[in-house]
Design a protein around this ligand. Sequence first.
Ligand code: ADP
Length: 182
Amino acid sequence: MFLGPPGAGKGTQAERLCDELGLAHLATGDLLRAAVADGTDLGREARRYMDAGELVPDEVVIGMIRERLADGASSAFLLDGFPRSVPQAEALDAMLVDLAAALDAVIAIEVGRDELIKRMLGRKRPDDTPETVERRLRVYEDQTRPLFGYYGDRGLLRTVQGEGSVDGVYGSIKAAVPARAG
Ligand code: ADP
């Protein structure tokens, strides 16, 4: 699992890691943007939250992940952008019990606030206006930060510095992946 603030580079690093290790990439942000682009009911509902910099309701993203995990297509996967709240983490625990699966590691990518703001404003997505960027960072601190304790208490958390070159960060991530997952 990747944990980290919006703009930390999770998506970029996840694609590379999944390619190299043959993992399925489960990214709730990508799944939600695809639903928005397809104009599905779920996409229409999700869009209101995304445009405001808020989290999409837990039951929506939990349902999306449950569907992907249940299709059984992949034995190894990387969660990117999920969970983002304690209720989502608890739901994930229950899904993993059902699948008789376990998390190998939670890799937290840390990037300073100024750098995050610069990156998000630079990528010009519809949900990257100055107001939503502020809101998303606040939501991250309020709702996602508690997961550091949640996974730290289980001995799963590994923290990686997310500033510097993409290659440099990737090297740190590779070093943090336990051998079992590789
Ligand atoms: P970033 O890493 O920049 O936050 P994402 O692509 O991961 O971008 O997410 C974009 C938006 O999708 C979030 O701001 C949020 O509204 C929604 N989203 C993604 N994952 C979740 C989640 N696990 N729970 C709730 N909302 C989510």
